[in-house]
Design a protein around this ligand. Structure first.
Ligand SMILES: [Zn+2]
Length: 289
């Protein structure tokens, strides 16, 4: 299948409703290929990847946005991230001692869990929003988040299978941003969107999807933005993580293994440090010890 990793915004003429649609294959496949994910965890990871893509497009910051969840069910943590250049990465951790059933609800996966949305601008303060997992789907939880954080009515549809993930987003902007008020527009657009099937979200191009849902409306489609898998790991960051182990432990691993190897869980890049690579670090740590 051709590469279809992109996000595209749209708006409806003469209303205050805007939207976006994301569809990913290669970028998503890259993320889920890192581990042998049980089916329900893989598809939730896909929904998260589609969701972070939509969120990243809405939040106007120069920096990284992350969407995580933590829980006490089968799934322990799940994390997705997207930077200002539409580089995506993600990972999930689950209890590998338990057999994960083929079918699980979000609540069963994440018992008593919550979502964490972190905005990390390049300059300025980090902002974190937390939403309890009360809805039956990730989409419902995100709608809750939008309502809490922006007081803007928003609707989200997400879907994932083993090769693709996709999402659709609609939001009603505040009245003062309305062009010519179309009072019924929001109800009509969300009603039409709620007829979308998972297959349509995953198979149709954005033009075809919008035609299928809104062929009688005046939809304005903006330029698509490419999205791709991309990892922000680096040798320096990995070295910082090694340093945080402390001089004693670093010395011990070096004496046992002759080197320290660490591979990135997001992209599998392998970083190897020899005693020489860490000499100054060991010296620094020695002084502070
Ligand atoms: Zn990496």
């Amino acid at each position: 299948m051709t590469n279809i990793n992109e996000i595209q915004r749209f708006s409806f003429d003469n209303t205050n409703v805007r939207g976006a649609r994301v569809l990913l294959n290669e970028a998503y496949q890259n993320i889920i290929s890192r581990k042998d994910y049980p089916k329900p965890i893989e598809s939730l990871l896909g929904e998260f990847v589609a969701a972070i893509s939509l969120l990243r497009d809405i939040v106007k910051i120069d920096g990284v946005l992350s969407l995580q969840c933590k829980g006490n069910g089968f799934l322990q943590t799940l994390m997705t991230e997207c930077d200002e250049n539409q580089n995506l990465r993600g990972i999930a951790q689950w209890d590998e001692n338990q057999k994960v059933p083929e079918q699980l609800s979000l609540k069963e996966l994440l018992e008593g869990g919550y979502l964490i949305i972190t905005i990390s601008p390049k300059k300025g303060q980090r902002y974190q929003g937390i939403v309890e997992v009360v809805g039956d789907t990730l989409a419902e939880c995100l709608e809750q988040y939008f309502y809490q954080s922006e007081q803007l009515p928003s609707r989200v549809w997400l879907a994932a299978n083993d090769t693709q993930c996709g999402g659709l987003f609609l939001q009603r902007l505040p009245a003062e941003q309305a062009k010519e008020g179309d009072e019924d527009a929001w109800g009509r657009f969300t009603h039409l969107a709620s007829t979308v099937t998972n297959e349509e979200l995953l198979e149709l191009s954005t033009v075809d999807l919008l035609h299928r849902l809104y062929h009688e409306e005046d939809v304005r489609l903006y330029d698509a933005k490419a999205m791709q898998f991309g990892c922000s790991c680096s040798r320096q960051r990995t070295r910082d993580a090694v340093a945080s182990l402390g001089a004693e432990e670093v010395r011990q691993i070096l004496s046992e293994q002759g080197k320290i190897s660490a591979d990135c869980q997001f992209c599998a890049e392998l970083y190897v440090f020899t005693k020489d690579d860490l000499a100054d670090l060991l010296g620094d740590l020695k002084q502070t010890h």
